[in-house]
Design a protein around this ligand. Structure first.
Ligand code: 5GP
Ligand code: ZN
Length: 112
């Protein structure tokens, strides 16, 4: 489920602190450390996998669950007027943490 050298697994296990805004058995949502919008949250399925294409059954379930809890968490954290979801997949897309995560961007009018 977890990967020892993964920074998001360490955040999930509480070994690295984070500003959590939502947590349940399958999902953690916390503030991005280097926000690229007024509100920038990261929604993370707790089980470790890098790419959507690599998700096993547990990963698929956790990913769908994560998507389903995002709207309320976003609304409660400053995205009442909408939000954008971004998933970077692979190095050329800019993925820098190889534990699948969904960027939640909002709190302002977003460009493009
Ligand atoms: P990626 O580039 O992989 O799509 O996104 C990784 C995101 O994780 C970046 O937006 C980066 O700012 C964020 N990030 C990296 N390390 C940490 C950390 O230790 N804590 C938090 N809260 N965010 C992090
Ligand atoms: Zn991980």
């Amino acid at each position: 489920m977890y990967k020892d050298d993964c920074i998001f697994c360490k955040i999930i296990k509480g070994e690295i602190p984070s500003a959590k805004v939502y947590e349940d058995e399958q999902t953690l949502i916390f503030k991005d450390i280097a926000p690229k919008a007024k509100v920038h949250l990261l929604a993370v399925p707790k089980t470790h996998f890098k790419l959507i294409s690599e998700a096993d059954d547990e990963g698929k379930k956790a990913l769908f669950h994560t998507l389903s809890v995002i709207p309320e968490a976003a609304r409660k954290n400053g995205c009442e007027n909408g939000f954008r979801l971004v998933v970077n997949q692979g190095e050329s897309a800019g993925q820098s943490v190889f534990h699948l995560h969904i960027h939640i961007l909002g709190g302002e009018s977003l460009p493009w």
